[in-house]
Ligand binder design. Structure first.
Ligand code: PLP
Length: 374
């Protein structure tokens, strides 16, 4: 009976991330509408940007053509859940022995360096498909365009290797004014158009505002999760829904008088009498300390500013303007979600939504629902 009671009330949850399966699908649909002639490789690296690899891929698998992850370990986890779908390994491999593992599990690594080409030339295992990565100006991973024809010639000499396509990555596509994207596209096409291979260039920002970059395969990441891929543009206005609603509960509420110092270093001093709530969420859970005195959360639909320093397991909110029935011990605050976008919080922290989302800590339970608030 006790146990049932606990389950009914969800136990004593302190912090949780509700993940909206419908939002994931709707956001994917936005990408499909924008790039109707391209196949979709959904990017689910870093535990699907912190949302949970198994459930996110389960939700999206019927609607996408492939998944992309960063590491071999992530790829194997993805393959366990999905026996058939195409999976690419974006950061490539660290040892030639890993080629055989990829072949065995039908994973497609990226070949982006001379070392990879050497391993592939000497590879004599089971048939293996790879993508070749071209550096068109990001100067992170990839072969110089001038080397691509030679590399393809070499790879074609090994009958066990099949090249699936030519990939490159955009560096500045979030900025509509930046003509670097056009120059990357030009470099890419000049090289890729000489070969009869699938082409893939666009990330979320490319999908949203550079239609010429769509080509054969698009690679949406952040847009699937409802973060804005475009600088200075609101995700809601772009038609994206927040896939994560991050929540934590108040563990204490008290009234303090004007002049009272609060938290480590006494960094915050109340200018007037205030109602202060301690929230069960800290930097160990993925709320950066840089948000001290900057961001806000929603309590009972009203904004509650973060006051004082964020600590490891808790942070303080000024609840003075929040409805009392929500601003009580056990009351829940929304740290980000549909009404308070992760992009806004990221801006306060001097970072991007990607970093906050994939930084949500292991202590925070992910709960998948068909629709949040519905
Ligand atoms: C992470 C990544 C993406 C997705 O980027 P978003 O900006 O999140 O859309 C696409 N391609 C590559 C190679 C990546 O590493």
């Amino acid at each position: 009976m006790m146990r049932e009671q606990e389950q009914k009330h969800g136990g004593e949850w302190r912090a949780r991330a509700l993940i909206d399966r419908g939002a994931l699908r709707d956001n994917l649909e936005v990408a499909r509408r924008l790039a109707p002639n391209s196949r979709v490789m959904a990017v689910v690296k870093a535990d699907a940007y912190g949302h949970g690899l198994a459930e996110v891929t389960e939700t999206l698998a019927p609607h996408v053509d492939a998944f992309a992850v960063a590491t071999l370990e992530e790829a194997l986890a993805c393959r366990d859940a999905h026996p058939r779908i195409m999976i690419t390994v974006l950061s490539g491999l660290l040892a030639p022995e890993s080629l055989e593992i990829c072949a065995r599990h039908d994973l497609q690594p990226l070949a982006h360096s001379s070392a990879h080409l050497e391993w592939l030339a000497g590879y004599d295992g089971a048939p293996l498909s790879v993508w070749l990565k071209i550096d068109t100006g990001m100067t992170r991973l990839g072969l110089e365009p001038a080397r691509v024809a030679g590399a393809l010639g070499e790879l074609n000499r090994n009958s066990r290797i099949r090249v699936s396509g030519l990939m490159s990555h955009l560096a500045n596509a979030d900025d509509a004014e930046d003509d670097f994207t056009a120059s990357q596209l030009e470099r890419y096409r000049k090289c890729a158009d000489q070969h009869e291979l699938a082409r893939s260039l666009a990330n979320s920002a490319g999908i949203m505002q550079w239609p010429q970059t769509h080509l054969d395969w698009v690679r949406p990441g952040i847009l699937l999760y409802g973060g804005s891929p475009l600088r200075g543009r609101d995700a809601g206005e772009l038609g994206l829904r927040a896939a994560m609603q991050l929540e934590a509960r108040l563990i204490s509420v008290r009234d303090i008088e004007a002049g009272r110092a609060l938290g480590y270093g006494g960094a915050y001093r109340a200018r007037a009498a205030a109602r202060i709530g301690m929230l069960a969420f800290g930097y160990a859970d993925g709320y950066p300390r840089q948000l001290s005195d900057r961001a806000a959360a929603l309590v009972g639909g009203a904004r509650a500013p973060v006051v004082g320093r964020v600590s490891m397991d808790m942070l303080a909110l000024d609840l003075s303007d929040c409805p009392p029935e929500a601003a009580c011990v056990g009351g829940a605050a929304i740290l980000w979600g549909e009404e308070l976008r992760v992009d806004e919080i990221a801006e306060h922290a001097g970072t991007v939504a990607h970093e906050l989302l994939c930084g949500v800590g292991a202590r925070v339970r992910r709960i998948f629902v068909e629709r949040i608030n519905g």
